[in-house]
Design a protein around this ligand. Structure first.
Ligand code: FAD
Length: 405
């Protein structure tokens, strides 16, 4: 039993899982969840919404359905952290102090870093983006439908110059859009071009090779070393910036925009942000194995907000949550932290409407493919993996929120 004051910032996939786990694990702890939204977003479902397969409502649930009993839910955003004083400032200027802080705010979408771009454009002017929200995902599907109705033209699929959540989503959008084009029978009248600032298509080498071959076979042109820097919705023109800083303008009929991403601004402005290295100024400074903050031992990070070479999926949250639970319990008893996260992440990569591959891997790429469903060969595009994505992942995800898996 402990009387520790535990504050969890964010009640999304990671924060809600931690709230339920810690409420079960630590009797007597005073747990506060800071989460401004009433609804929970099942974001993995948005690719299916943007592909015209699901209605947006299917990705929404009430947070109240998942919040454990006996915790304090504060329905407003945090706006500041003073890590030296162990104090959180909320939007109404009130403050909270903590013995243990769990940072689970997810990440911030920085559409504004693309000149001319904003989320209210999504669905108009041939602009789509699966990331912005359930309604925006539905409007993305509408924008694709409008493009199909023209009967041909140029489609552009972009990636930003930052880490992103669910690195497979931009790829899925290219493949499912192509599937919809094929159904019209006019594939040859549509040009699909895919842009990424990196040399490869994916961090994991086997998937990288597979995707390169698959894009080339399907005649989706790959452009490496370029990111979307500006957009002119009226003219339907996109500006890409290359490694040398030179820009190139391209016309489009449809563009799928993936925004730059970072930790939320208030985390960036706090002592908790990484000060040096690859994550400096952009992501939370946590040990990628123990999930403990590198400078403030009473602070733990989980989910999309942390600086880590891979991750940023709900699947990694599922692997991280028991690690964070174990390590917080040990920390409260002044014991060494026993648990380590192996970087597990997975991505059901939709390669067509109706087929998908379940790819799973960790920090050590040799550990590639850690299949948890033995009936699926991860290297085969299969109907089973599609069914898994479409129907089975969502209940498993909700079980994770409840702290049951
Ligand atoms: P989130 O779930 O985003 O939750 C963050 C929470 O913090 C939110 O509830 C938010 O309201 C709250 N918050 C934000 N700011 C504040 C603040 N200032 N104060 C208090 N609270 C705040 N993952 C997979 O495993 N498989 C997939 O197939 C997959 N597909 C995806 C497809 C798309 C299109 C997207 C967008 C994501 C996908 N993901 C997928 C990724 C997955 O959804 C995320 O990795 C996961 O939700 C991360 O959990 P999180 O708790 O860190 O962030």
């Amino acid at each position: 039993s402990t009387r520790a004051r535990i504050v969890i910032l964010g009640g999304g996939a990671a924060g809600m899982s931690m709230a339920n786990r810690l409420a079960m694990r630590l009797s007597g702890a005073r747990i506060t969840v800071v989460e401004p939204r009433e609804t929970h977003h099942y974001q993995p479902g948005w690719t299916l919404v943007a592909s015209g397969v699901w209605q947006p409502d299917r990705t929404l649930r009430l947070n109240a359905d998942f919040m454990p009993r006996g915790i304090d839910w504060i329905r407003q955003p945090a706006v500041g952290v003073d890590a030296d004083e162990r104090r959180i400032t909320l939007a109404d200027a009130s403050t909270l102090t903590y013995d243990i802080l769990v940072v689970a705010t997810g990440l911030q979408l920085n559409y504004h870093r693309i000149e001319g771009m904003s989320t209210d454009l999504i669905g108009n002017h041939g602009i789509g983006s699966v990331y912005a929200g359930p309604q925006e995902a539905a409007r993305t599907s509408d924008a694709i439908d409008k493009w199909l109705a023209i009967g041909g033209g140029q489609g552009l699929f972009t990636n930003p110059q930052t880490a992103i959540k669910c690195a497979g989503a931009p790829i899925k959008m290219a493949f499912t859009t192509q599937s919809r084009i094929k159904i019209t029978g006019n594939r040859d009248d549509f040009a699909l071009d895919y842009f990424t600032p990196s040399d490869g298509m994916f961090s994991q080498p086997w998937i990288n090779d597979f995707l390169k071959q698959r894009f080339d076979r399907d005649n989706i042109a790959r452009h490496h070393g370029q990111y979307l820097s500006a957009i002119d919705p009226q003219a339907r023109q996109a500006e890409f910036t290359g490694r040398d800083g030179n820009t190139e303008t391209r016309d489009y009929d449809f563009i799928h925009v993936v925004p730059p991403m970072s930790a939320p601004d208030f985390v960036k402005a706090s002592d908790l942000i990484a000060k040096e290295g690859a994550f400096a100024g952009e992501w939370l400074d946590t040990d990628i194995y123990t999930m403990q903050h590198n400078r403030y031992p009473e602070v733990f990070g989980i989910g999309d907000v942390i600086g880590a070479p891979i991750n940023k999926t709900a699947a990694s949250v599922k692997a991280q949550a028991p690690v964070v639970e174990e390590n917080i319990a040990a920390f409260l008893e002044d014991k060494p932290l026993p648990a380590r996260h192996n970087g597990y992440t997975s991505c059901p990569l939709i390669t067509d409407i109706g087929t998908a591959m379940l790819v799973e891997f960790g920090y050590d790429n040799d550990m590639a493919f850690m299949p948890s469903f033995s009936f699926i060969d991860p290297k085969e595009e299969s109907w089973a993996a599609w069914v898994l994505k479409d129907y089975m992942l969502q209940p498993a995800y909700y079980a994770m929120l409840e702290g049951r898996v």
